[in-house]
Design a protein around this ligand. Structure first.
Ligand SMILES: [Zn+2]
Length: 210
């Protein structure tokens, strides 16, 4: 079995959302300072790196991450490539080889090259799902949509795609690292940190192939 780790490493250089506090790593205890052990303290947004969104992110009174079903977060998934697309619109999605019944869909785009290149500054024109693309996903029964930049929605259209997906119970998994992963069918394992009430949570995400 081949295991693809499609998680962005959480390091102090990891790109954060504009306006989010920077990642901070401090060591209240440090062997190098003569303490009995090393303990790292992390300060980070719930939407750091590879993470998912809960309904509470955009929907007033919406559910937190603890309500997201593991039976959706784990299971068969399809990785498709849309390497020339500048946005994941309904038309772009309709032209991709996505069979009916696909519940977990990951879309690899030109964003993948940014992580592969080790970029350290936020890129506003990342490829993401437009509002009509979000409606297409809902209408086609997709339950989990994985994207390869830090938001499922375009920078200039953040609200509506999130609202459409989250209101329909679709789980956006954002910040996937998909360079070097061939398109095809996999078993997805996406495990968000269990933070009750949180609007998002970092995840370790892997794809299991043959
Ligand atoms: Zn998010």
């Amino acid at each position: 079995m081949k295991i693809y780790d499609i998680t962005l490493p959480i390091t102090p250089d990891l790109i954060v959302w504009p306006g989010d506090p920077p990642l901070q790593f401090t060591r209240p205890y440090d062997l190098a300072q003569g303490d009995i052990c090393t303990v790292t303290r992390l300060s980070l947004s719930a939407h750091t790196g590879t993470h998912l969104d809960a309904p509470a992110h955009f929907i007033p009174g919406g559910a937190g991450v603890e309500t997201l079903a593991l039976s959706t977060l784990i299971g068969p998934a399809l990785l498709v490539e849309a390497m020339t697309a500048t946005a994941l619109t309904a038309d772009v999605l309709a032209a991709l080889p996505i069979p009916p019944g696909t519940e977990r869909l990951l879309v690899k785009t030109q964003n993948a090259a940014r992580w592969a290149a080790g970029e350290t500054s936020f890129y506003e024109e990342y490829v993401a799902v437009t509002a009509d693309g979000a409606r297409w996903l809902v209408d086609h029964g997709v339950k989990l949509i994985g994207v390869d930049y830090l938001s499922v929605a375009p920078f200039t259209e953040l609200v509506e795609p999130h609202e459409i997906l989250l209101a329909a119970g679709v789980i956006p998994v954002e910040g996937l690292k998909l360079d070097g992963v061939p398109p095809g069918g996999y078993q997805l394992v996406c495990l968000p940190l269990l933070i009750p009430g949180s609007d998002g949570a970092p995840c370790r995400v892997v794809l299991l192939g043959d």
